[in-house]
Design a protein around this ligand. Structure first.
Ligand SMILES: Cc1cc2nc3c(=O)[nH]c(=O)nc-3n(C[C@H](O)[C@H](O)[C@H](O)COP(=O)(O)OP(=O)(O)OC[C@H]3O[C@@H](n4cnc5c(N)ncnc54)[C@H](O)[C@@H]3O)c2cc1C
Length: 434
């Protein structure tokens, strides 16, 4: 690796990571068994699995490692998908809900196992739990019922219902009507994790990983594929597309791009909190989320308060959107009224039509994993691993996450309009407490 300046988006994570050396870009043609396009959690987890199975692998990353969602996210490690498990059971039956639930929990276990096996202590992984805070009495009843259902129908003993008073004692906010604590999940430091993973795979396992190497096209060849980049082509038997919500960068990502709706998700991080405020807010240092459809989440890192949320924030960051996030934070936590915001950043999450992630084959030479709907820290790692298995000809059981359910977005050019309409509708329902 040669040393260089960091060409990556500014964020608290970037500041905390302190920078790292740059990896080379591809400068010649290469032959390998599997080529992976995209060097986020999905792509690197796939690479790790292939190395474990003794398969020659090349990873191509268009930007720097951690440039995509894997270096920008909130670091909330969850064991869920956007659809609730009771809703999945109602639509697809109890056995299917059970298998999706199992996949989500396996994803957290696999993430922890990977971090431990590779000694990635810099990732700061902790099973500190997540507290879901109800923004309305009706929402409280609904999450309490869901917790009871999870215990009864799926044997999930990780959930604990907390009263409004208990949620106030823990969060320091009077805005909530109660909450549900999920104990088995946790948090990590997103960029430190993805950078650490890349470094171990390159330095310890000899992974051929190229930064600033966009795949500009993919062609079928006799018995394989050829992935074209500005500096050379990579010939392989199989290609794994791991470009998720950033699939629009070149036409190589087309088959994922047309199946996802990218939604902007934004984060603000305050200046370090005064000791008295520090001791009042989020005292158990978990991750926290709200029940609103346009969900806000929060956690403390490095003595600062982080507050994030999804919204119809358009193609680019805007000060107006970040200011709205700050107002929302202050309305929940009036203690933060005079605390300055030090960092603002955002990124794209990839939403799917069925609100579920997908992994599998596009054809006999192309495998993919994508569409985590904003809950991909643990799932992208697990599904990257499963994508590697698919690329070697295996057919792991992935329940509803299979390729046949990964449908194209109809009327794709109208998606921006659709996002705004949906977000506006959700905001209205949230405001009405529905
Ligand atoms: C602001 C934000 C907050 C989030 N918070 C959370 C959270 O708290 N918890 C949670 O579970 N999930 C969260 N997510 C979602 C989570 O970060 C993602 O699901 C996960 O990181 C997806 O990983 P990935 O590797 O599939 O995609 P990415 O990390 O986006 O990686 C895709 C990579 O592909 C590269 N690429 C694209 N096209 C090409 C090409 N043609 N050639 C080569 N490379 C290419 C891109 O440069 C990019 O680096 C959040 C996302 C965002 C944006």
């Amino acid at each position: 690796m040669t040393s260089s300046v960091i060409a990556n988006i500014p964020s608290l994570w970037r500041e905390m990571s302190g920078g790292r050396s740059e990896l080379p870009s591809l400068q010649n043609d290469r032959d390998t068994d599997v080529v992976i396009v995209g060097g986020g959690y999905t792509g690197l987890a796939a690479a790790h699995r292939l190395i474990e199975r003794g398969v020659a692998t090349v990873v191509l990353e268009a930007n720097r490692i951690g440039w995509g969602a894997s270096g920008r996210n909130g670091g909330v490690v969850s064991a869920k998908v956007r659809q609730s498990f009771p809703a999945i059971a109602a639509q697809h039956g109890l056995e299917t809900a059970r298998s999706v639930h199992r996949l989500c929990h396996t994803a957290v276990d696999e993430l922890e196992a990977l971090i431990e096996a590779l000694g990635l202590t810099q990732a700061g992984f902790q099973r500190c739990g997540n507290l879901r805070c109800a923004h309305h009495e009706r929402a409280f009843k609904s999450i309490a019922d869901e917790a009871e259902w999870l215990q009864r129908a799926l044997g999930d003993g990780d959930q604990r219902v907390l009263s409004a008073e208990a949620v106030h004692d823990e969060t320091g906010s009077r805005a909530f009507f109660g909450g549900v604590l999920s104990e088995g999940v946790g948090t990590l430091l997103p960029l430190a994790y993805v950078e650490g993973l890349a470094e171990v795979l390159v330095k310890r396992h000899g992974l051929a990983l190229f930064e600033q190497t966009p795949a500009t096209g993919i062609r079928r060849t006799d018995g394989g594929v050829s992935v074209i980049t500005p500096g050379g082509e990579v010939r392989a038997r199989q290609v794994i597309l791991a470009t998720n919500a950033y699939s629009g960068q070149t036409e190589a990502g087309e088959r994922i791009r047309t199946r996802l709706v990218p939604f902007r998700s934004s984060i603000i991080a305050t200046e370090p909190l005064a000791p008295a405020v520090q001791q009042r807010l989020l005292v158990n240092n978990r991750s926290y989320g709200e029940t609103r459809r346009m969900m806000r989440w929060f956690r403390k890192v490095d003595g600062r308060f982080l507050f994030g949320g999804r919204g119809a924030f358009g193609k680019h960051d805007s000060r107006v959107a970040f200011d709205a996030l700050q107002r929302s934070m202050i309305s929940l936590f009036p203690d933060l009224a005079n605390v300055k915001v030090a960092y603002r950043w955002s990124g794209h999450v990839g939403m799917t039509l069925d609100a579920l992630p997908h992994v599998g084959r596009f054809d006999d030479r192309m495998v993919f994993a994508a569409g985590y709907n904003g809950a991909g820290v643990s799932l992208s790692n697990y599904m990257g691993r499963l994508a590697a298995d698919f690329s070697l000809g295996d057919s792991p059981d992935v329940s509803l996450f299979g390729a046949s359910n990964f449908r194209r977005v109809p009327c794709y050019p109208l998606r921006e309009f659709g996002i705004r309409l949906t977000a506006g509708w959700y905001q209205l329902l949230d405001a009405m407490g529905r």
